[in-house]
Structures are given as structure tokens and as C-alpha cells.
Design a protein around this ligand. Structure first.
Ligand code: ADP
Length: 550
């Protein structure tokens, strides 16, 4: 065949779109027919110096629907091969300048086109040609005149081959990427596993160990190699799967683990199922809880000790309370009996002293008169003292079941009536607000008012005594107050004065025996209330006491 540059030019001009494939991505001869995307065309290079031959090749291959690229010479073919990948090259053997064999040689020499299938087109069935052609890597020979069907079916095979190999290359690339990703994930997974504070063991549902971390080695005393493939029961004999786990749920259990040396220790085992390609895998996170158990044991022991101590203490408090109650009772009885029995002889002494003073008045010298006077005075004081002690001890003996609805106003009336003379003598001004009715003992409440009012008069200042008895409601109780404008009490004594025999200035004329406020306190307490004083020295005092609202 002869060179036909003009023909080629004509061809190139005639088939511009099919030949101008530079815009298409290189290495993309075919498409992935596994997707639904339309198949991209593969390129077939047709090399012949005779334009008519190229036209008949085009006519034969048009039906394939692929992209046909034309070259009128070996050199032009090589140029195309530089830029594109072809599913097959149909190469005319006899061409001027560079024949088909030389061109094939060059094609094979280039790495990029080394594997491109070459089909020689020749008019001669010449064995030498065949050998040379096959030697140069030809995949087939087509003899002219070309039979279009044969040509088409042969080229179709290479087109398919090209598509398949492209697909394979793509899949291989995807696989490589996935493998790299997997490797990275595995590295991350392993470093996480290693960093875990617990022993991490991955095993099969029946217990065969696949993977362990280094914490497992230190915790159990085995090496990794010792453990891989062995059953996890070696480490945790009670380890077992559960129906809940097969349902994909994690489980948490306290079990006993065994070290390599046979020693055991308590562990917390958290199992989580992980579905894998080849079945279910179980991740066991095993935490040594010896310390926690010891602490719990210690806490239990201490709690038990405290409980025992408490029981013991309660028993002791009970016994002590009983004995205190007993001795209180005895003391109260003693005080009652003593004061009761003392009352009679003291009264007799007092009476005889008074009789003596009366009968022998003027018959004794001054000193004798003074002695008798002293006896009378002290005997009277002792009488008062004994009366108050008796009164106080009687309060203890009396139960509260006789309490009835008592009008505080009436109790106050009686107290004021009993103190009428004193009030008049001192010119005291008494004011009052209405008082409530409470559940109580009228006699005791009268005595309470009486004691407080007597004190208000007794401890008056230079001013005219002003006494006010008032009442207010505070929640569930009444607060009753007896206030005066007397001498007042220094703050440090405000609590002490409620004790038995507590007096602030025993030498004063007015001072009594220190039992008045102790009796008040006892009366208020027996009525379920409290008593306290608020006072400013020189200005006066307010004695407050509460009584429960009915
Ligand atoms: P006494 O028999 O001494 O009055 P009380 O128990 O009634 O005993 O009072 C104890 C002490 O409290 C009194 O000695 C007195 O010093 C002081 N006191 C009681 N009431 C008042 C008051 N209204 N004002 C000032 N001081 C008081």
C-alpha cells in the first residue's frame, strides 16, 4: 500500500469529532458497566496508509458504537498512543516509511502501550509474516479482503476485554484504598485497645481468644502468644454468653478471674457483642476490682462495728436513763419526804421561838432579845424554804392527766388577788391584755403568774413598778409575757436564774430563797412549753413563756 497523506488529511477532516479525543480523560477506555451510568466508549486505533481501507474499516466497525481513531502512518499511530489508551490497534502491515511490524515493535517498546492488543491487517498469508507478527506480540491476523463480521466480532472481544480490565483496575484501586483504610483503622483500634485501663479480650462466642491487649498480659501473667487461640475460660471460668447478648446487648457482671499462678481475684466483666464478617465476636473488658471489693468489705466491717457500737450505746443510754430516772425518783421522794417531815419540827421551833419572844418580852437583856429575834427570823425562812422545796417536789410527783381547759385570765385574776396587798403597798401598776385558754393545771398557772409578778415587784427599781401581762400567738403556741420596769438582769445570768436556789444578790432585803423561777420553769415544762427572759439592766425584764395552743 502506498502513503496517502491527503487521504488521511481528508479522513481527519472528515472525522474530526471521533479523532479529536484529547479532551477525554486518558486511561479511560471504557466504563464501569456494573453501574447504571451509560457505558463510555472505548477507543480503537485504525492504522492504514490507504484512506479507502480506513473508510471500509470504519464502515465495518461503526456498528460497535465505539470511538474510532484513525492514523495514516505508523508515526501518527504512535503519536495517538502517546496520549490515549486503546482497546485495540488494527495495524496495516504494509505501509511506507514505517511498516506495521516496525510500528508494532515501537508500540511494544513503550511501557504504556506494551499490553495494547495489536491485530495485523495483511493481504499475504505468509508464514514469515505470521511468525514475525506473533513474535512482536500480535494477538491476531486479519487477511484482506477483510470480512466485516469477522473483523467486528474480533474487535468486539478486545473491546470487552479492555472494559473488563479497566473495571478490574478500578476495583483493584478501590480495594487498595479500602485495605489502606482498614490498616489505618486497625492501627487506631489496636492503639485504643492498648491504651485501655482494662484487660481487653476479643473472642468467639464459644470463648476462643482472637486478640488481647497488654493489660491482659500484666493482669493475668500470660503472654499474648500463650492466650491467642485458647479459651477465655482459662482466665474467667464463669465467663459465658447470654441470650441477651446474642440479641446484641452488652452485659456487666462480677465474676472471679484466675491468674497464671492459680491465684484468683474479683473482676468486673463487661461483655459486648460485635458482629463481624465471619460471625459474632465478643469483646470482654475485664477490670480488677480487688481494691474496690476490699474497700467495700472494709466499709461493711466499719458499718457493722458502728452498728454494734450503736446498739451497745443505746443499751447503755437506756440503762443509764433508767438508773437516772430511778435516782431522780428516789431524790424527788427523798426531797418530798424530807421537806414534809422537816416542816413539822421547823414550824414547832418557829412557834416556840415566837412564843418565847412574846412571853419574855422585856424580861431578857438586849442580847437575849436579839438571839430570840434571830431564831424567829431564820426559823421562818427555813419554813419558807421547806415549803418551796415541797412545792417543787410535789410538781414532779403530779401527773399531767388531770389537766383541763384552763382560762389563763382566771389564773392571773387569782394570782393578782393573792398579791393585792403587796401591789397596793408598793403602788405597782398592773396592765394586761386578754389571755387564752389552755390545757393545764389552774393552780400551777396561778402559782406561775404569782411568782413572776412577785419578782417584778421584788426587783423593782426606784421608779413606780409597772407590770404588764400580755399574750401573742406564734404558730402553734401562745407566748405569754410578764414585763416590768425593774432593775433588770445582766445577760450572763439570764439562763442561770432558772436553776434551783439561784439568786443573784442573796444579801438584798427582798431576795427570796432562789426557788421561784425554778418552780416556774418546772410548771411551764410540765405544760409543754419553754421559759426565758429578755432583760436590759436598769430598764426592766420580760419573762416569756410558751403554752401549746389547744
Ligand atoms: P428569789 O427567791 O431569789 O426571787 P427566783 O428564783 O425567783 O428566786 O429568782 C432568782 C433570781 O433572779 C433572783 O434572786 C433575782 O436576782 C433574779 N430575778 C428574778 N426575777 C427578776 C426580775 N423581775 N427582775 C430582776 N431580777 C430578777
Amino acid at each position: 500500500m502506498s502513503s496517502a497523506g491527503a487521504g488521511v488529511q481528508r479522513d481527519q477532516a472528515k472525522l474530526p469529532e471521533r479523532c479529536l479525543s484529547d479532551g477525554a480523560p486518558p486511561n479511560a477506555p471504557g466504563g464501569d458497566n456494573m453501574t447504571d451510568e451509560p457505558r463510555s466508549k472505548v477507543k480503537i486505533l485504525l492504522v492504514d496508509d490507504t484512506p479507502d481501507n480506513l473508510v471500509s474499516l470504519e464502515a465495518a466497525l461503526e456498528g460497535l458504537g465505539e470511538e474510532l481513531v484513525f492514523a495514516a502512518s505508523g508515526r501518527e499511530a504512535l503519536r495517538h498512543l502517546l496520549h490515549h489508551e486503546f482497546a485495540a490497534v488494527l495495524l496495516d502491515v504494509k505501509m511506507p516509511d514505517m511498516d506495521g511490524f516496525e510500528t508494532a515493535q515501537m508500540i511494544r517498546n513503550r511501557p504504556r502501550s506494551r499490553g495494547t492488543p495489536i491485530l495485523f491487517l495483511t493481504g499475504y498469508r505468509n508464514e514469515e509474516h505470521l511468525f514475525r507478527g506473533y513474535d512482536l506480540g500480535a494477538v491476531d491476523f486479519l487477511f484482506k479482503p477483510i470480512v466485516p463480521e469477522i473483523l467486528r466480532s474480533k474487535v468486539a472481544v478486545f473491546v470487552e476485554l479492555s472494559r473488563t480490565s479497566h473495571l478490574l483496575r478500578e476495583q483493584a484501586a478501590i480495594l487498595t484504598r479500602q485495605t489502606e483504610e482498614l490498616q489505618k483503622t486497625e492501627v487506631r483500634f489496636r492503639s485504643l485497645l492498648e491504651a485501655a485501663p482494662d484487660a481487653m479480650i476479643i473472642c468467639r462466642p464459644e470463648g476462643a481468644i482472637d486478640l488481647v491487649n497488654s493489660r491482659t498480659e500484666t493482669l493475668f501473667g500470660y503472654s499474648r502468644e500463650d492466650l491467642i487461640g485458647r479459651n477465655i475460660h482459662v482466665l474467667v471460668p464463669e465467663w459465658m454468653m447470654d441470650s441477651e447478648m446474642t440479641a446484641g446487648r452488652a452485659l456487666d457482671r462480677e465474676l472471679t478471674a484466675v491468674r497464671r499462678d492459680g491465684s484468683t481475684f474479683p473482676v468486673d466483666v463487661r461483655l459486648s457483642p460485635v458482629p463481624a464478617e465471619d460471625g459474632l465476636l465478643i469483646t470482654s473488658a475485664i477490670r480488677d476490682i480487688s481494691e474496690r471489693k476490699r474497700a467495700e468489705e472494709e466499709r461493711r466491717r466499719v458499718e457493722e462495728e458502728i452498728r454494734e457500737l450503736n446498739v451497745h450505746l443505746e443499751e447503755r443510754v437506756l440503762a443509764r436513763t433508767e438508773s437516772l430516772l430511778e435516782s431522780n425518783e428516789e431524790l424527788a421522794q427523798f426531797a418530798h419526804v424530807a421537806s414534809h417531815d422537816l416542816q413539822e419540827p421547823v414550824r414547832t421551833v418557829s412557834l416556840y421561838a415566837q412564843l418565847l419572844a412574846k412571853r419574855y418580852k422585856g424580861r431578857l437583856d438586849a442580847e437575849g432579845e436579839q438571839f430570840i429575834g434571830s431564831i424567829v427570823k431564820h426559823a421562818t425562812r427555813m419554813e419558807d424554804l421547806i415549803r418551796d422545796i415541797l412545792h417543787y417536789s410535789k410538781l414532779d410527783g403530779r401527773k399531767t392527766d388531770h389537766f383541763s381547759v384552763t382560762n389563763c385570765d382566771s389564773a392571773l385574776d387569782e394570782a393578782l388577788a393573792a398579791l393585792r396587798l403587796r401591789i397596793e403597798d408598793t403602788g405597782a401598776v398592773v396592765t394586761r391584755t386578754p389571755l387564752p385558754s389552755v390545757l393545764g393545771d389552774g393552780v400551777q398557772l396561778t402559782s406561775l403568774f404569782q411568782n413572776l409578778i412577785i419578782n417584778a415587784i421584788k426587783y423593782r427599781s426606784e421608779r413606780l413598778p409597772r407590770i404588764c401581762i400580755s399574750n401573742r400567738l406564734a404558730g402553734k403556741e401562745w407566748i405569754l409575757s410578764v414585763s416590768d420596769n425593774g432593775i433588770g438582769i445582766e445577760p450572763q445570768y439570764c439562763d442561770k436564774i432558772f436553776g434551783i436556789f439561784k439568786r443573784l444578790d442573796p444579801r438584798t432585803e427582798n431576795s427570796g430563797n432562789g426557788m421561784g423561777l425554778a418552780i416556774c420553769k418546772k410548771i411551764v415544762a410540765r405544760h409543754g412549753g419553754r421559759i426565758w427572759v429578755e432583760s436590759i439592766v436598769g430598764q426592766g425584764s420580760t419573762f416569756n413563756f410558751t403554752l401549746p395552743k389547744r
